[in-house]
Design a binder for this molecule. Structure first.
Ligand code: PRX
Length: 570
């Protein structure tokens, strides 16, 4: 297929010459942008908010919040006060101390951001949970991390199985409180002091815990430290191209890493006005938000762009989107057709960015000053070395497909898989972090994504592990065994498909499919519920009893399943 080339048109990006910056880059030179370069005292929340107030930018707008017709805005000074109040509530009402795990389980609202920053100010490790999680998903994560406190809302509080979580000491509810043991956030907020003594930390102290899925085992807690900020800051400058007057909107929820690294930290470290849009996706509400808030830099995902594309170009014409100047995408392959559509509709290039929960920040991206090859993820960010390696760790020449790998030691790299050292160690071959993606690099140094090496499913930009879904499925009384795969889908990239063998006494029916779907949706998470279910008499298994997802996938795609020598076929 012919590769389309999109030339840079921005005349004045923050990074004018990629090669020059890449070759001369030194993390040490970035440090002077942070107060800790002088004090050696670290706290992400301070650098995001308080520092700007201290430097005289207290009146600048930090947050624009919009949910339907509801709109509010907060200056950096107001964010400072509100996050101090939240920090006081966490400390006084829940006894939060340095290193405690504080979870935040709520839909996007200003309070989510106050509490997240407040928890960081109190020295806690924050665990953001996506609002779609149901009881089992919530329990597994709180249990694994020994969470001490959770902040939630009346809509979600019922999904927290307190009786099963002996280490969970406090539940704080933003909104009406029914249980007298719970803390009423709003009432406490009214009385809380706006002064708070920030807990100063070390650069390597834990900051945030994002649970993510692999192909085997329960979700793993990926721990990032305060020092990650140096990379989130500089990628905000070079990749998001954030400048003083920008109004920046990242559409990701803080339950996922994009919603924190680039929905909270990168914009505020760069002292930029950050947009948060609550409520559900619709082309009208999204285009409406851009028009209304005059968004200039917009970071979203291929599934969203494809949905907007599907809504037709007529819808776009109803809105004034002329404020936009820089577009970016993350989470799944950005199809060349979507880049083309972006050029037609917005008259702008969509810049693909590649990274992972584990990497904490951008790794391989397209930069404003660089030519874009439609379909390529771009090149490594300054300070990061990427390569394609074979399974032994040998680097491969251009145009050879292999494991996409990164030289260890970038600042935002995860420091730990929570309580699971063997899992952490399994990511590395020698000095290389191995991503689990396959890719190749062309002769110009551009990287091209080819697929996952493992069974991880990427659906609508969200990463779901088949194991977690299979475990939930077999809890259903009718299910004997279940195997889950990602099935290619034109809009969502992949959808979750489950193959299920029923217990003998159950009859296959459409009603049963619907019931099982609902069981996962209500017990685990809506985005994890299989959109397709197929009943089989028997599932392909290895002699040791493991379900062979690769065979299920081959059935689905009508391709040869390859070596079946380990299959148990009696
Ligand atoms: O397979 C890659 C895919 O998303 C995986 C990481 O998922 P997660 O940790 O949930 O992080 C998503 C956003 C940071 C990767 O291993 N992925 C991410 N970005 C891209 C991508 N695949 C293709 N192109 C991308 N730009």
């Amino acid at each position: 297929m012919k590769v389309e080339l999109y030339q840079a048109t921005d005349q004045n990006p923050n990074m004018k010459n990629y090669d020059e910056v890449y070759q001369n880059f030194d993390w040490d030179e970035i440090k002077e942008n942070f107060s800790w370069s002088k004090t050696n005292k670290f706290n992400m929340a301070y650098e995001c908010i308080d520092k700007h107030v201290d430097e005289g930018y207290g009146d600048k707008d930090a947050l624009y919040y919009k949910n339907g017709d509801e709109k509010s805005s907060y200056t950096f000074k107001e964010m400072q006060d509100a996050s101090n109040k939240a920090a006081n509530i966490l400390k006084d009402e829940a006894g939060v101390e340095k290193g405690d795990r504080v979870f935040i389980f709520m839909s996007r609202s200003p309070e989510l951001y106050f509490t997240l920053l407040g928890a960081l100010k109190a020295g806690a490790i924050v665990g953001p949970l996506f609002e779609a999680f149901m009881e089992k998903a919530v329990k597994d994560r709180l249990e694994n991390s020994d969470a001490k406190v959770i902040v939630t809302t009346p809509e979600l509080v019922g999904r927290i199985p307190e009786a099963d979580l002996p280490n969970l000491e406090k539940v704080i509810v933003v909104g009406e409180v029914e249980d007298e043991n719970h803390v009423d956030f709003n009432a406490a907020f009214e009385n809380a002091s706006e002064e708070f003594e920030i807990e100063w930390l070390d650069k390597e102290d834990g900051m945030i815990l994002h649970y993510t899925s692999g192909s085997t085992g329960q979700p793993k807690g990926v721990l990032h430290v305060h020092y990650a900020m140096i990379q989130q800051y500089i990628s905000g400058k070079y990749v998001l191209d954030l400048k003083e007057d920008d109004v920046y909107w990242c559409t990701a929820d803080p339950g996922w890493v994009t919603g924190t690294s680039y929905g909270i930290f990168a914009p505020w470290l760069n002292r930029v006005t950050n947009v948060v849009v609550g409520g559900r996706f619709s082309p009208e509400s999204w285009y409406g938000a851009i028009e209304d808030l005059k968004v200039t830099v917009w970071y979203s995902a291929p599934t969203a762009f494809r949905m907007l594309m599907g809504a037709g170009d007529e819808t776009v014409k109803d809105y004034d989107l002329s404020s936009l100047r820089h577009l970016l995408s993350v989470g799944e392959p950005l199809n060349p057709e979507v880049v083309k559509w972006g050029m037609e509709v917005f008259k702008l290039r969509i810049h693909d960015t590649w990274w992972m929960t584990e990497t904490g920040a951008h790794m391989i991206t397209n930069f404003p000053a660089m030519d874009i090859k439609g379909g390529s993820m771009g090149k490594p960010i300054p300070g990061v070395e990427a390569s394609i390696i074979d399974d032994e760790g040998n680097e491969l020449p251009p145009n050879r497909m292999g494991n996409l790998a990164l030289k260890t030691g970038w600042p935002a790299m995860m420091r730990e898989i929570w309580k699971n050292k063997p899992k952490y160690d399994s990511y590395f071959i020698g000095e290389w972090y191995v991503s689990g993606d396959s890719a190749y690099k062309d002769e110009d140094g551009y990287y091209w994504f080819q697929g996952r090496v493992d069974d991880v499913i990427m659906t609508a930009g969200e990463r779901v592990g088949p194991f977690e879904i299979e475990s939930k499925l077999v809890e259903h009384p009718a299910v004997q065994e279940a195997g889950v795969i990602g099935k290619p889908d034109p809009v969502r990239g992949e959808i979750v498909k489950a193959f299920i063998a029923l217990k003998k006494e159950y009859e296959a029916s459409d009603e049963l499919k619907e019931e099982i779907r609902k069981f996962v949706k209500e017990g685990l998470a809506a985005h994890a519920a299989p959109r397709e279910i197929e009943f089989k008499d028997k599932l392909p298994k290895t002699r040791s009893g493991k379900i062979m997802r690769r065979v299920l996938k081959a059935w689905e795609l009508n391709i040869d399943a390859g070596d079946l020598s380990s299959m148990d076929d009696d």
